[in-house]
Design a protein around this ligand. Structure first.
Ligand code: NAG
Ligand code: NAG
Ligand code: NAG
Ligand code: NAG
Ligand code: NAG
Ligand code: NAG
Ligand code: NAG
Length: 918
């Protein structure tokens, strides 16, 4: 009974071998087909010889290239070793510096959906130290595998990566005491669309790491390209358990090759393992790690009999009575969670259990990326340090950047102590998940600012700086537990509001210039306060200890520091610094005197209204609030919004359209400042500056009335909604750029006092109906008053993406800051994208960082697609050149606006001539 099937089987075989005669011919045709298919496919192959120095074709005619274009760190070596049959000679790159990630950045064609990434690691004692390294490798944000060259040398890994970026970061990450990571080859192979997804739930957040790929029943060398056109490595079926008989059946496959997404190659399906004597065929496979696995079993109806069987995986019946049909390829896709070994068993129902190939993959979770706001904020911070901190790709995964700590994909700590910042830039306020911020010894001066949004911050270290004022934002840090302000120059009183921080338990104020009583609100058992090395700092109830009040010989002084707090109309707050033997009583007296003085000042400014009317206002008219209300139809149509308030559309009684800008209460200037500013604005008339028609300053209202420009803003045209968006031609863009540069040139050079715009951006360049450009919103401007002044020191936010990186360290805005911002506008005109984009790869978030290298290399593929082919190369080159110069980090290397204007005019003329010539 046991013999019968075999007899029948062999009969079948001889019978078929006769019939198969003409199919042998087809076998040839089929492998020829494979080959021609492969030849076209190799174009998608990328084979990198790590540490290699020349390109070469291997025996399969695959082109290998050196790795120098993909990585810039590490050292190279060549390794010779005997693989048992022959002497091999490979190159390698190794990384003796064990800090951080060492990444290959490999371009991937996003038209492919899935790639096979294969890496080979060889140690073979190339360094003579006899110390094989252990390290991790990552793909994108995922740690994909741990390489232990003690265990296996050489070591090969294969991964299947779902393409979601145009660059694949492949990194080697050292482990502590693990030795120097080393790599020999890295290969990328596109896989068929849609493959390796069947039977899996979430494909997108999974990376597949190959555990096994077995060509069942095949015992020779492993199969690769060109037999598998996708160049997967199919290993021979070596681990025969005692009771199994392997049979290699070389039978022509005449069935539909594309019925399976994975397209297993014909030569793999031609062989099978078939059970002969027992009714169970088992593969016992050890797995590297406890984890989730993806299993594919391939079956091909290559035999003249058509078996059916039950399929068990680790004892679970996953398919009962599975049938293999004649001339059909089929596959079973199974996932198993939390397993560390695999038992694949086929239990016969009729004929013999049979399997042609199998693949087993570990499913590795891909951690999500940090938010783009965080990434671009960190990039701006890196840019502002002027240092290369090596911050690339994702800050948290696969391993956190240097100086950064993460929880999941959240950046929770940042330690930049020792970097020269000078001030806390607004960008720090975007790192919303921070729990710990260490900026000690970073040369910070002035007030503590821009951190108010960090609601999760628990530890803030600003010690060893030159800070002079607490600022007003500390009280917003509701989670704050430890505040270290020691060794600064903080002056005056400790703000009462610190007592509102309920979680605060350590406040270190050692070695500052603070004095006076500590606020009672801090007099709690839960807070430890360190105060030594100040002038005289105790709770009012305690007696000032002479020893702690460092005696100085300074004369008593009163310092008036401008601040914004709770003072709508003016910005004078008072800190009294009474040094020496001044008593509290004296303090109070001084305070009340000063308060009185301020109040009087305030009254004075309000009576300025009458004086105003007599001033010479140029062309600007004075409007009453009633007139403004009528003109705007009671503020009906909002056409713009900003941090200063809203802009409304209006129509004056003479029919003229106007834009009415109403300042919010909190952005209102002191009466004097407002009048000064209006006075200044009313004198500025230039065809490329939006002109002031008039203003209203009445009962708490500060309103500016501007000419209305019907063409909208440049930003509307570039990025607006469909109705606003127009496809601006290159010549049109250049004309607008020339116009705007003329306007800025007038502000910088054509006018006394000189004016720095401070907020140049696309939405501040307006267009009239003839598409002439005009710069607006220079109301925010500060005049450069002193004849010798080279800068203005202000607290200004500017607009993210446009702000001069030098501003962060210098706190000084100059005309060159406007040039920087205008350079960003030029880059936008060239590339047709916004300065900060929150899509794409982290490398492309920041327009300046992204575009610069391309433009410097005359690589115009980043030019806005909608003007492609319509611009003169020379005109583009000139514009790109001046744009890139304008965004130089070092302000002294930037051109001035007049130089920018001259270049743009030339670029414009060239483009005009080009258009005439075609
Ligand atoms: C590799 O082979 C291709 C054609 O098969 C040839 O064009 C190329 O020059 C070769 N490259 C090297 C480095 O040998
Ligand atoms: C291996 O290659 C290196 C550099 O290409 C060469 O110097 C060395 O002689 C080669 N060794 C062998 C055994 O081929
Ligand atoms: C591929 O990349 C190009 C440019 O990088 C982009 O325009 C295109 O939309 C991308 N295609 C897909 C399918 O992602
Ligand atoms: C590497 O493998 C060797 C041999 O299997 C083992 O003894 C060693 O502990 C492994 N090293 C690490 C870091 O896992
Ligand atoms: C095994 O493979 C080698 C080369 O890869 C080939 O020359 C040999 O004929 C193969 N042997 C069998 C039995 O297929
Ligand atoms: C092969 O199979 C694919 C997918 O099942 C199908 O779309 C295609 O039409 C088939 N081709 C032939 C020649 O049967
Ligand atoms: C493998 O699984 C089969 C079916 O569940 C079982 O009979 C067999 O004992 C298992 N083999 C091993 C080695 O665990």
């Amino acid at each position: 009974m046991d013999l019968f099937p075999w007899v029948g089987f062999f009969l079948f075989c001889s019978f078929w071998s006769v019939i198969f005669c003409d199919q042998e011919v087809r076998l040839l045709t089929s492998s020829q087909l494979d080959k021609s298919f492969s030849r076209t496919l190799t174009t998608g192959f990328l084979s990198i010889s790590c540490g290699g120095s020349t390109s070469f074709n291997d025996s399969s005619n695959i082109l290998w290239t050196p790795d120098t274009t993909y990585i810039s760190t590490g050292k190279t070596t060549s390794i010779s070793y005997n693989d048992g049959t022959s002497l091999l000679n490979v190159s390698a790159r190794f990384f003796p510096d064990s800090r951080g990630r060492k990444c290959y950045r490999i371009p991937v064609d996003n038209a492919t959906s899935l790639v096979l990434v294969r890496a080979k690691f060889v140690y073979k004692n190339y360094d003579g130290l006899g110390n094989p390294p252990t390290f991790s490798v990552s793909l994108g944000t995922a740690i994909a595998a741990t390489i232990n060259l003690t265990k296996d040398d050489p070591w090969t890994e294969e991964f299947l990566w779902t393409v979601n970026k145009d660059t694949l970061p492949f990194c080697l990450i050292a482990t502590p005491n693990g030795g120097s990571p080393v790599i020999s080859t890295l290969e990328l192979r596109p896989l068929p669309q849609g493959a390796y997804t069947s039977g899996m739930e979430d494909v997108s957040d999974k990376l597949l790491r190959k555990s096994y790929r077995i060509d069942c029943g095949y015992t020779n060398e492993s199969i690769q390209y060109p037999l598998d056109p996708y160049d997967r490595m199919w290993d021979a079926d070596r681990s025969f358990t005692p009771f199994h008989v392997a049979t290699g059946f070389k039978i022509q496959l005449s069935f539909n090759q594309s019925s399976l997404m994975e397209k297993p190659p014909a030569s793999v399906l031609q062989t099978a393992r078939v059970l002969a004597r027992r009714n169970m065929l088992t593969y016992n496979l050890l797995l590297d790690a406890l984890g989730d696995y993806y299993i594919i079993l391939y079956f091909a109806g290559v035999l003249p009999v058509f078996p059916s069987f039950d399929v068990f995986i680790n004892g679970d019946l996953v398919e009962s009575n599975y049938k293999i049909n004649s001339s059909e390829i089929s596959a079973l896709y199974v996932t198993r969670k939390g397993i560390s070994s695999l038992n694949i068993t086929l239990r016969s129902i009729s004929f013999y259990p049979q399997i042609n190939a199998l693949e087993v993959y570990q499913m590795v979770d891909i951690p999500s990326e940090a938010s783009s706001t965080t990434v671009s904020a960190l990039q701006v911070i890196q840019q502002s340090t002027g240092l290369d901190l090596g911050w690339q790709d994702d800050p948290c995964s696969p391993s956190p950047w240097d100086h950064i700590g993460c929880k999941g994909s959240l950046v929770t700590s940042l330690d930049l102590s020792g970097v020269n910042f000078r001030s806390i830039s607004p960008t720090f306020g975007d790192l919303l998940d921070l729990k710990k911020l260490d900026l000690h010894n970073t040369s910070l001066a002035g007030e503590i600012q821009n951190l108010g949004s960090l609601q999760n911050l628990e530890k803030l270290n600003l010690s060893f700086n030159h800070l002079t004022s607490f600022g007003e934002e500390l009280e917003s840090l509701v989670s704050l537990q430890i505040l270290d302000l020691q060794n600064n120059s903080l002056q005056g009183l400790v703000p009462d509001s610190l007592g509102e921080l309920e979680n605060l338990h350590l406040l270190n104020l050692d070695n500052n210039k603070l004095q006076g009583p500590l606020p009672e609100s801090l007099n709690k058992e839960t807070i430890e306060i360190r105060t030594s090395g100040n002038l005289c700092l105790t709770f009012a109830t305690a007696i000032c200890d002479d020893a702690s009040s460092t005696p100085t010989i300074e004369t008593p002084q009163v310092t008036i520091v401008p601040t914004k707090k709770h003072n709508v109309h003016n910005h004078l707050a008072i800190i009294l610094g009474v040094v020496g033997g001044a008593t509290l009583a004296l303090l109070i007296i001084c305070l009340s005197v000063l308060l009185h003085m301020t109040k009087r000042r305030y009254e004075v400014s309000h009576t300025a209204r009458e004086e105003m009317d007599i001033k010479n206002w140029g062309a600007a008219k004075i409007f009453s609030y009633k007139e403004i209300k009528a003109a705007t139809g009671n503020f009906k149509e909002v056409i713009g919004k900003g941090s200063f308030g809203s802009v409304y559309r209006g129509k004056l009684s003479d029919g003229k359209s106007v834009a009415v800008k109403v300042r919010l209460d909190k952005t209102q200037l002191g009466a004097d400042s407002f009048i000064n500013e209006v006075h200044l604005l009313s004198k500025i008339h230039h065809q490329n500056l939006v002109s002031l028609e008039g203003f209203c300053h009445e009962s708490k209202h500060q309103i500016l009335v501007y000419e209305y420009l019907a063409g909208g803003s440049l930003a509307d045209h570039l990025y607006g909604t469909n109705s606003q968006k127009t496809s601006l031609s290159w010549v049109r863009r250049l004309k607008i750029a020339v116009d705007a540069a003329k306007g800025l040139d007038y502000l910088h050079n054509g006018n006394e006092p000189r004016i720095i715009h401070r907020d140049v951006k696309c939405s501040n360049i307006l267009l009239d109906t003839e598409m002439n450009g005009k710069v607006c919103d220079f109301g925010l401007s500060k005049q450069v008053t002193q004849a010798d002044a080279t800068h203005v020191t202000t607290v200004v936010k500017g607009t993210a993406g446009y702000l001069d990186p030098e501003y962060y360290s210098s706190q000084q805005l100059t005309e060159k800051s406007d040039v920087y911002s205008f350079g960003v506008v030029l880059l936008e005109l060239i590339c047709g994208r916004e300065p900060l984009s929150h899509s794409g790869t982290p490398d492309s978030f920041n327009l300046v960082l992204w575009a610069k290298p391309y433009l410097q290399a005359d690589a115009f593929e980043i030019v806005d697609g909608s003007i492609n082919g319509t611009f003169d190369i020379e005109s583009m080159r000139k514009t790109a050149y001046i744009a890139v110069k304008s965004v130089e980090r070092d302000a002294s290397l930037r051109p001035n606006i007049a130089e920018v204007l001259a270049e743009l005019k030339e670029a414009y003329d060239i483009q005009l001539r080009f258009l005439e010539s075609i």
